[in-house]
Design a protein around this ligand. Structure first.
Ligand code: ADP
Length: 261
């Protein structure tokens, strides 16, 4: 159960009294568990037929087909790939939600960002100019896998939602409360009324616009939950037509002075 104390000051009597509020949340916890079990089962059950389907479609795409047939097979392949991606994202979200601080280890966050930069340099065929400004060798206590997911999601979003020639700036710098990570783009931006909802599951600003860029609408939900595990939250600043800046702070208590591996 959840326990909270409310301190009541009664000036006239100058006494302190306490009110104990107890709430039984067993039902809520059961509900969360059954949702997680459902997600895990659904993921498993859908993955097998999808793999079979994709295998046959790939076989078909190597046959001599008419242009029309080829187009149909390609579309089916694309859609099945999208479903596989969606299942992977759902799986990742479920894992992050159920993980705990016990999975936290010391690792070099600066090196992690630089390794992501290296992968991006190899894979970046979009022509985007991505500038990295990283304070070196900052070790933190956290889940490396989760934070890798946070960083790649934010950078991929910046790429997806800004024009080819636009500059994207990635920074990892010290600030008053600890270390701040930010990704700033000069892309399409986000209308103010959507900003508060972006981290909700499946929330997308504009379906027609988002369908073109692919994705699942789960990326920022993953980011939110992963950051929560690190006692942090996502900060979003955006101006429609001018660009967006997504950032989070890793607080001082999660930064390690010990720089040995
Ligand atoms: P998706 O898989 O659709 O990218 P996300 O959860 O990562 O899902 O993002 C949710 C929505 O937030 C996106 O569909 C897009 O509309 C908006 N969004 C996210 N990042 C940006 C950005 N850098 N610029 C503009 N819009 C963004």
């Amino acid at each position: 159960y959840n326990q909270r104390y409310l301190e009541i000051h009664l000036n006239s009597y100058d006494t302190k009294r306490y009110l104990l509020v107890a709430r039984d949340i067993t039902g809520m916890i059961r509900l969360v568990h059954s949702r997680q079990t459902f997600l895990a089962n659904m993921n498993h059950e859908l993955r097998t037929p999808l793999t079979v389907l994709r295998g046959y479609l790939e076989m078909l795409s190597n046959e001599s087909l008419t242009d029309f047939q080829m187009k149909v097979v390609q579309t089916m392949l694309e859609q099945s790939q999208r479903m596989t991606y969606l299942l992977e994202q759902l799986n990742q979200l479920a894992k992050i939600e159920t993980s705990s601080n016990a999975d936290h280890n010391k690792f070099n966050m600066s090196a992690l960002i630089l390794s992501i930069k290296k992968d991006m340099d190899i894979l970046n065929q979009s022509g985007h100019q991505i500038e990295f400004d990283i304070e070196p060798d900052i070790y933190i206590l956290g889940d490396e896998y989760q934070l890798q997911s946070v960083i790649t999601n934010l950078i991929h979003n910046a790429i997806k939602h800004s024009g080819d020639k636009n500059l994207i700036q990635v920074r990892w710098h010290s600030c008053e409360q600890g270390m701040k990570f930010s990704v700033k783009d000069h892309g399409i931006g986000i209308p103010q009324q959507h900003i508060a909802h972006l981290t909700e599951r499946f929330y997308r600003v504009d379906e027609s616009r988002s369908n073109k860029t692919g994705g699942s609408g789960l990326g920022l939900a993953i980011v939110k939950h992963a950051l929560k595990q690190h006692h942090s939250h996502l900060d979003i600043e955006s101006q429609e037509g001018a660009g967006s800046c997504f950032s989070f702070i890793i607080k001082r208590n999660l930064i390690s002075d010990d720089k040995t591996e």
